[in-house]
Write a protein that binds this ligand. Structure first.
Ligand SMILES: O=C(O)CCC(=O)C(=O)O
Ligand SMILES: [Fe+2]
Length: 181
């Protein structure tokens, strides 16, 4: 079993490079920077098992949230079957902050199924806890003032983990503008 974890963990780094390289095509900058800043640092993985629920409309597997880190690679079993043999790539809050809201972190939730349980594996890539995250200078100018203050990732993480999941409210912790409650 431990070797499966190692295999998944090292492959997830390779998988993570692909979507990050797409950033370069769009922005003409940054892919390497994003890769260096993000994926080589804090890497965690969760294995999720969602029980079947006879009344799925009355419960969530996981309520609505955006991921605290930079990028999440999600592997799902066949239950949801959005696309077999595909990974889902979710942009997390740290990419929203780094790109000064050029890319938005994606709000998502998990629903349950009536009859079958569901399994997923999520690989979370994030800055290291000592990293200070702020919008990269390439995304800040007179027309696009910085929307986020400098935040040590460990403080952002601690704040996020101390709260219930609730939409994109974690971003308030770093935001320089007033966000709706
Ligand atoms: O299990 C899933 O499909 C998503 C899990 C998730 O969003 C999370 O762990 O942050
Ligand atoms: Fe998530």
């Amino acid at each position: 079993m431990p070797s499966i974890f190692c295999h998944l963990s090292s492959h997830s780094i390779v998988i993570c490079r692909e979507p990050l390289l797409k950033f370069e095509c769009k922005m003409g900058v940054l892919a390497q920077k994003l890769i260096e800043m993000i994926h080589t640092r804090r890497r965690t993985m969760t294995f999720n098992y969602y029980l079947a629920c006879p009344e799925p409309n009355l419960t969530y597997g996981l309520s609505s949230h955006s991921d605290i880190g930079s990028i999440t690679i999600l592997m799902q079993d066949a239950v949801k079957e959005p696309m077999l043999d595909a990974f889902i790539v979710l942009i997390g809050d740290q990419i929203e902050i780094l790109t000064n809201w050029h890319y938005e972190s994606v709000e998502h939730r998990v629903t349950t199924n009536k009859t079958v349980p569901r399994i997923s594996v999520a690989c979370f890539f994030a800055p290291s806890e000592e990293d200070v995250v702020r919008p990269l200078k390439e995304f800040v100018d007179a027309e696009h003032p910085s929307l986020y203050k400098e935040t040590k990732f460990c403080d952002y993480l601690r704040n996020g983990l101390s709260k219930q999941l609730r939409g994109k409210t974690n971003l308030k912790f770093s935001s320089l503008k007033l966000l709706p409650a």
